[in-house]
Design a protein around this ligand. Sequence first.
Ligand code: 5GP
Length: 175
Amino acid sequence: MGSAPTPFIDAERLSARIAEMGHQIRATYGPDETITAVAVLKGSIVFFADLLRSLPGPVTCDFLGLQSYEGTVSSGAVRITHDLRADIAGKHVLVVEDIVDTGLTLDYLHRTLGARNPASLRVATLLDKPSRRRVDVRVDWVGFTIEDRFVVGFGLDHDQMLRNLPYIGTLDDSP
Ligand code: 5GP
């Protein structure tokens, strides 16, 4: 492993923004609606844990494991490695993502989960890189909009490492 990542979004800014997002999300659903929060593994786990604690009112959670086919990330070929445990038909589903980049993963999620007839399907992402978008996808809540750079930490990995960094950083050798 090379040098330590350069801090990009510190822990304080992350926690302030996530607290704000939790309240904005609850305000949209209303105080009594049960939200089925879905963490997209693995990158969203840290954001998910913080967002859950910022989300007042009734919430259930479930987990969806996704893997992009090796070498075909740009084609958006994604497969489910761990499916939801619960039926989401008639539920208000909140997909929690780490980062939206090309939008191909989210497009797949919209199609796949949408076909299961949820009452509603909304998306909260910690980070968004709109300049990289290849498909037009709807994102309901964005923590931070960032320029095109490779970020790590706070759940986001570099070759499966660095997910445990308590902040978002960049790597010196990243573009
Ligand atoms: P998309 O399908 O929108 O291109 O890609 C989404 C996935 O690519 C994210 O969930 C994340 O796993 C990965 N990804 C995209 N940009 C970055 C980045 O800057 N850093 C890391 N660690 N992963 C990224």
